[in-house]
Ligand binder design. Sequence first.
Ligand SMILES: Cc1ncc(COP(=O)(O)O)c(C=O)c1O
Length: 235
Amino acid sequence: MPPVVPNAILNSGNQLEFYDDTEWVGGMYKLHDGIWDSAQEVTRNQFKIAKDNDVMIFSFYPTKPIGGCDGGMVVSNNRYIIENYRTMVNNGCTIGSSWNIEQKRVGYKMHGNSIQALIAYNNFKNLDQKNKILNEIRAEYNDKLNCANTSLHLYKIRVDNNKEFLQEMKYKGIQCGIHYGACHNNPIFRNRHKSGALPKSELEEKQTISIPFHENLTNKDVDKVIKNVKKLRKI
Ligand SMILES: Cc1ncc(COP(=O)(O)O)c(C=O)c1O
């Protein structure tokens, strides 16, 4: 889990509880009853999994499925909830021209701007094409690396020591990533949680590595990644 999530929970004045769940990484998960964190997934009709009045949150951070210039989106089938978010991010004011808005509550200035919206919107329009390419790359990786990954955001494999693997791949000119370090061991959380209490997350921190997975990879790039993973992977 990236620290951005617990940080946001604490910022909102809520309590944190860590779970040893790592299966969701690369997709969507339930952050809390009624709240779905879908920063890493955008698929057709995905709101069907939610209940009435739930909210689903999407991120437009540049590397996310719909990359943008930061910002994000909250969706729900409850108009009242959405209106509430709209006013909360608009200084507590209803939306409209400055002379006919009403301030309803104390809010924040957190709304996205037009440039952010334009970038995200254009990437949204390209999403099917991007996913088509990612599906092909994922199928090739699954076949050649003997995996069964399903995410369209991250392609993770298991190695015996991901820090060493990352470095060795870097020497070959291939940038990999680790998703994620065990969040509960960050300095700010250490005293709130006993280390070692979440063994699955701590194992992922050492063994999981994300190999290059984006729509600009050429066939040659994919072959190079596969060749080097096969050579360097020890598990
Ligand atoms: C699972 C998950 N939730 C939430 C976020 C936060 O998204 P943002 O960077 O748009 O605040 C991220 C992004 O890193 C994420 O990966």
